[in-house]
Design a protein around this ligand. Structure first.
Ligand SMILES: NC(=O)c1ccc[n+]([C@@H]2O[C@H](COP(=O)([O-])OP(=O)(O)OC[C@H]3O[C@@H](n4cnc5c(N)ncnc54)[C@H](OP(=O)(O)O)[C@@H]3O)[C@@H](O)[C@H]2O)c1
Length: 359
């Protein structure tokens, strides 16, 4: 149950959860006060910690990603969430179990866990259904652990479950310098893929370092650079005409995995339902190519075991040092407004992680 909010907004906060002898322990979180620009997010203090209900655990959050999808939630244009403000954004998190509700037997206080929350993770404390959280192996950096939950599970499932890419194949990645793009590059490198990656010029060094062949989408035609009929899979969250052009680059047997509408989310036109239907229709054309729309939320709902299995496999790769998420900046929770501005300016290489209860 949501605790009473203390009417105090923090402008220059140094924050720690503090003990209030009368009301129990207070805590801080970031809430979207109304749908709109970054400034609608406020850093607030709540009077008492949330209490885990039966079957829930309370988690002391250590890290949460600040990602592009959070900016869509903040604007009220994220189709998968019907909540009305005020509520916190925050699509994923990693943290330590702090209190266990009744009827929870498989999790203990002190255990590190992660979850795909979709919203609500910009907070020091959160309650989650015990069956939805995934244990994080000991010794992992919480910022790196949370980075795997949304963007790496998305990249992994698109590669392995949607496109079913094979070792040594050729792929095209749009937004290759962003959170999902860099995850696709890192995971694709483990499969020795030949990878073309569209990105603006300042992100080309990063794309190259991660094993990709950068294409400056602002000055080059990616269809010409890659070639018509030349890739086994294309991963496209840009939308609009980009989907059609990505489809052209597919070989016979190739797959377009569409997974977002970046341009539309940035107010650059495009009709989402029509674009979605086109992707579905192209799949029916008898031209030997397929197209599909990937959604982490829809797939998790349909196949919850895959989500747990895939995230656990990614934690394993992280523990073995086979992947290392690109985190350009670690910021504080009270810097969420600044983080969203940077994301919306496409000024972030890889990702931003908000560090919450550290140490
Ligand atoms: N379906 C799902 O389950 C799912 C899961 C996660 C994310 N998503 C979606 O995937 C998209 C990307 O998410 P993200 O977290 O990776 O965002 P991000 O970190 O902001 O990365 C997006 C990148 O795209 C680049 N970009 C912008 N316009 C471009 C264009 N026309 N061509 C090529 N690159 C372009 C931007 O940088 P430069 O312009 O500087 O290159 C930026 O780095 C978002 O729309 C998000 O909502 C969907």
């Amino acid at each position: 149950m949501a605790s009473r909010q203390v009417a105090r907004y923090y402008l220059q906060p140094r924050y720690f959860a503090t003990c209030n002898m009368e009301n129990g322990m207070s805590y801080k979180r970031v809430i979207i006060t109304e749908f709109g620009g970054p400034e609608v997010m406020k850093f607030v203090e709540e009077a008492t910690l949330p209490e885990p209900a039966a079957g829930e655990v309370r988690i002391k959050v250590q890290a949460t990603s600040a990602c592009f999808t959070d900016t869509m939630v903040r604007k009220g244009i994220y189709f998968d969430l019907k909540k009305k403000p005020p509520f916190p954004p925050g699509y994923d998190m990693a943290g330590v179990v702090d209190k266990v509700g009744t009827a929870v037997t498989h999790l203990k206080v002190g255990q590190t866990v992660a979850d795909l929350t979709v919203s609500d993770a910009y907070t020091e404390y959160i309650c989650r259904t015990a069956s939805s959280v995934v244990p994080v192996p000991d010794g992992l950096d919480p910022a790196e652990a949370t980075s795997l939950v949304l963007s790496y599970v998305t990249a992994h499932q698109m590669l392995h479950r949607a496109a079913k890419v094979q070792r040594g194949q050729t792929i095209l990645i749009h937004g290759a310098g962003g959170a999902v793009g860099t995850a696709l590059l890192e995971l694709g490198k483990l499969l020795d893929l030949k990878m073309y990656g569209t990105a603006s010029k300042p992100k080309h060094d990063l794309v190259t370092r991660l094993g990709g062949i950068p294409i400056d989408y602002r000055s080059e035609d990616f269809v010409e650079r890659v070639g018509i009929g030349s890739v086994d899979a294309a991963f496209d969250a840009i939308g609009g005409n980009n989907f059609k052009r990505s489809f052209k680059t597919l070989k016979k047997g190739g797959t377009l995995v569409a997974y977002g509408f970046y341009n539309n989310s940035m107010g650059q036109g495009g009709n989402v339902p029509i674009e979605f239907m086109k992707v579905k229709l192209w799949n029916l054309l008898p031209n030997g190519r397929s197209s599909t729309f990937y959604s982490i939320g829809a797939l998790r709902k349909k196949r919850p075991a895959w989500f747990r299995e895939d995230l656990a496999a990614l934690f394993d790769l992280l523990a073995q040092g086979k992947i290392k998420p690109v985190i350009e900046r670690r910021m504080r929770l009270d810097e969420a407004v600044e983080a969203h501005k940077l994301i919306e300016q496409a000024a972030v290489k890889g990702r931003i992680v908000l560090m919450v209860n550290e140490g």
